[in-house]
Design a protein around this ligand. Structure first.
Ligand SMILES: Nc1nc2c(ncn2[C@@H]2O[C@H](COP(=O)(O)OP(=O)(O)OP(=O)(O)O)[C@@H](O)[C@H]2O)c(=O)[nH]1
Ligand SMILES: [Mg+2]
Length: 225
């Protein structure tokens, strides 16, 4: 008789247990945390830069950046005014709860209001690994195309907030916003959505107001419409 090992289930349940510990660590320190998910180049670091630059005078912001290699993104977050830690996954296509736990140990959590985690640029793997953050934010962008909700349903279904970045490019790129929105609505009805441009600043104020509301929610996480 052969035995069947359910390795996938074991990996996910071990990860989820550690994600819960990460959440407890964050909650005990009074830190609220967002997990940024997106394709490569959608504008995760740009949105971090814009957010940190705008909020750093009032709030202490930490950034954990996940990338295959280099510290380019953590350096950008630090230059914007955040305390930044880079995780190099060395080939892994996602962050997991162990990596986050190690990065949390390098931050002064008691001295932090908001933590933004930039996950590895990828629309598949990061969606499967809980980290312990409070909410996940998917950053879509116009040049990726309007069919992405249909082609990558898992990540669109699982997120709490959707940012649609690079709207300054709408006049130049074929992108049917109604088709895109229909795909999102099927997967994640009523998801809170922020169309914006990190380049020209359009739509950023509404996003920043929401981030401030999130920071001030101090654990009471209601999503405004
Ligand atoms: N036109 C336009 N370009 C943008 C906008 N936001 C970001 N970009 C550009 O998009 C490119 C990628 O931006 P990043 O912020 O590095 O994207 P990322 O998602 O962090 O990329 P990875 O970490 O490599 O996955 C850069 O050249 C940015 O200048 C925007 O709103 N409009
Ligand atoms: Mg980046």
């Amino acid at each position: 008789m052969s035995q069947r090992l359910n390795i996938e289930e074991d990996i996910f349940s071990a990860n989820n247990r550690l994600a819960k510990k990460n959440r407890t660590k964050l909650d005990n320190a009074g830190v609220l945390a967002l997990n940024f998910l997106a394709s490569p180049g959608a504008g995760k670091t740009s949105l971090i830069e814009r957010s940190v630059e705008s909020l750093v005078e009032k709030y202490k912001i930490a950034v954990i950046d996940g990338d295959i290699a280099t510290s380019i993104d953590a350096d950008r977050a630090a230059a914007a005014g955040a305390s930044a830690v880079q995780i190099n996954t060395g080939g892994e296509c996602h962050l997991d709860a162990i990596m986050l736990s190690q990065a949390l140990d390098k931050l002064e959590l008691e001295n932090t209001d908001l933590l933004i985690v930039e996950n590895v640029g990828n629309l598949i793997c990061p969606a499967s690994f809980q980290l312990g953050t409070h909410l996940s934010v998917l950053i879509a962008s116009i040049p990726e195309g309007d069919d992405k909700p249909y082609k990558y349903p898992g990540v669109y279904r699982g997120v709490d907030v959707l940012v649609v970045n690079k709207i300054d490019l709408l006049p130049y790129i074929q992108f049917d916003m109604e088709y895109f929105k229909r795909g999102v609505e099927i997967l994640n009805p009523g998801v809170l959505t922020f169309p914006l441009s990190c380049s020209n600043g359009e739509g950023l104020d509404r996003w920043l107001d929401w981030v401030i509301e999130f920071i001030n929610s101090a654990g009471i996480l209601t999503l405004p419409s």
